[in-house]
Design a binder for this molecule. Structure first.
Ligand SMILES: [Zn+2]
Length: 133
C-alpha cells in the first residue's frame, strides 16, 4: 500500500469549479446559460472540493481515476480476504460483487490480483438498516 501511495496512485486531491448552492453540485460550462445555473438562474460560486477527480473530463483525469479506482477495488478485495474468517457470509457477498471466485487461494493477499477492467456489480446493502415499526 505504501508503494502505491508513493507512486502517486492514491492521493488526496482537490477539485475546483463553479458550485450552485441550489443544485448542491458543481456545474460545467455546458450546464450554464449566460454564466448562470439554467435551473436556478444564479451565478455559481467558485469553490473547492476534495475527492472530485471523477468530475474532470480530460483523458488524463479519466486514466487517473481508473488507476485510483483499481487500487480502491484492490484494497476492498484484500480487506474482504482478511474479513472472510470472521464474517464469512458478508465476505462471500462482497467477493461475488467483485467478481472473485475464491478468496481462500494462496497469494490472495498479494497486491495486484484484480484483473484490470473487471466489472464491479452493484449489490444491495450488506447490513441493511432496520426499519422502525
Ligand atoms: Zn442550480
Amino acid at each position: 500500500m505504501e508503494r502505491v501511495r508513493k507512486a502517486g496512485d492514491i492521493y488526496k486531491g482537490v477539485y475546483e469549479g463553479l458550485y450552485c448552492v441550489g443544485c448542491e453540485q458543481f456545474l460545467r460550462d455546458g450546464e450554464l446559460v449566460d454564466g448562470r445555473c439554467a435551473e436556478h438562474g444564479v451565478a455559481p460560486e467558485p469553490a473547492k472540493e476534495e475527492w472530485r477527480l471523477a468530475k474532470e473530463a480530460s483523458p488524463e483525469a479519466k486514466d487517473r481515476l481508473a488507476t485510483v479506482l483499481y487500487h480502491l477495488v484492490e484494497a476492498l478485495r484484500v480487506t474482504t480476504t482478511l474479513l472472510g474468517p470472521f464474517v464469512p457470509h458478508a465476505a462471500n457477498v462482497i467477493a461475488e460483487q467483485l467478481g472473485l471466485r475464491s478468496q481462500t487461494n494462496s497469494g490472495a493477499l498479494a497486491w495486484g490480483k484484480t484483473v484490470p477492467g473487471t466489472r464491479i456489480r452493484r449489490g444491495s446493502p450488506l447490513f441493511p438498516r432496520r426499519r422502525a415499526t
